[in-house]
Write a protein that binds this ligand. Structure first.
Ligand code: SF4
Ligand code: SF4
Length: 271
């Protein structure tokens, strides 16, 4: 089975316990207004063009004979400024597992492992499960929005040693307004995760005036109770990649205020 990956980050220290290699899977059913990986939203491979630096010389549009360029109607090799690239590489599950296993010594030395992120890795759950089946002795973590069919969620997280799940907005209608979907299934999946015995942490992105309001943080605190929580500071570079995928970033980049950690019973703040 094959899956589509848009990045593999080596030596990460922020995507789970210890030193990690993070695999970013393409495709996400949500459309969070603050998403800082817009190139991960579409499931299919796509062309990225840094339009801000493009001089419109037209070279890349003239047509070429490279097989990999054909689906995109633009040459990725000819731009003198190297502004065009394909985002999304297809892997066989076994090949991706073998690539991850090349880092076994690093994992051992740093008490780490592999983390599957995205996009939303549960969108490619069959592929993820197959890759995991080849990684028996590797610590496996997943970063997920929790937005997936309940059976998919249950069967996939069972393959993992650690789950990092987002709860972004407590209010159902506001969740839909800012992420594109209702949070019902996310909250159901959280209940399963909580009782699963799998170590986990709930992650809350602090988006100015959207998720970092006292009302929302209190609402999330009520949902998660004593569960461990990581509050993620707003990434002020979140909008940087939008132009290269032909999208517009709609939020301002105002710095968020420090949240009141005492709202939660068991929270840490990550910068
Ligand atoms: S080759 Fe580069 S500079 Fe020329 S049109 Fe294409 S992206 Fe723009
Ligand atoms: S769930 Fe994550 S990847 Fe998907 S749109 Fe939201 S921030 Fe982006």
């Amino acid at each position: 089975m094959t899956g589509t990956v848009f990045d593999i980050k080596e030596f990460s220290l922020h995507d789970g316990p210890g030193g990690r290699v993070t695999v970013f899977l393409k495709g996400c059913p949500l459309r969070c207004k603050w998403c800082h990986n817009p190139e991960g939203l579409k499931k299919e491979s796509q062309l990225l063009v840094k339009t801000a630096q493009c001089t419109n010389c037209g070279l890349c549009k003239k047509g070429c004979h490279h097989l990999e360029c054909q689906p995109f109607g633009r040459c990725i090799k000819v731009c003198p400024k190297n502004l065009v690239r394909i985002c999304g590489t297809e892997y066989e599950a076994k090949d991706l597992a073998n690539k991850i296993l090349e880092y076994s010594d690093f994992f051992e030395l740093n008490n780490g492992g592999v983390t599957f992120s995205g996009g939303e890795p549960l969108l490619q759950h069959e592929f993820v499960k197959e890759v995991c089946s080849h990684l028996e002795n590797v610590h496996k973590a997943i970063q997920t929005s929790g937005y997936a069919d309940e059976e998919v969620f249950k069967s996939t997280i069972k393959c993992f040693d650690y789950v990092m799940m987002d709860i972004k907005i407590a209010d159902r209608e506001k969740h839909r307004e800012f992420t594109g979907v209702y949070n019902d299934v996310i909250l159901k999946n959280f209940q399963f995760l909580k009782n699963s015995g799998i170590p986990y942490i709930i992650r809350v992105p602090l988006i100015p005036d959207i998720t970092d309001t006292e009302e929302n943080l209190k609402g999330i605190s009520k949902i998660v109770g004593t569960s461990p929580v990581e509050l993620l500071s707003y990434n002020q570079m979140a909008g940087a990649k939008y132009e290269s995928v032909g999208m517009q970033y709609s939020l301002t980049n105002d710095k968020n205020k420090e949240p009141d950690l005492s709202i939660f019973k068991n929270a840490i703040l990550s910068k």
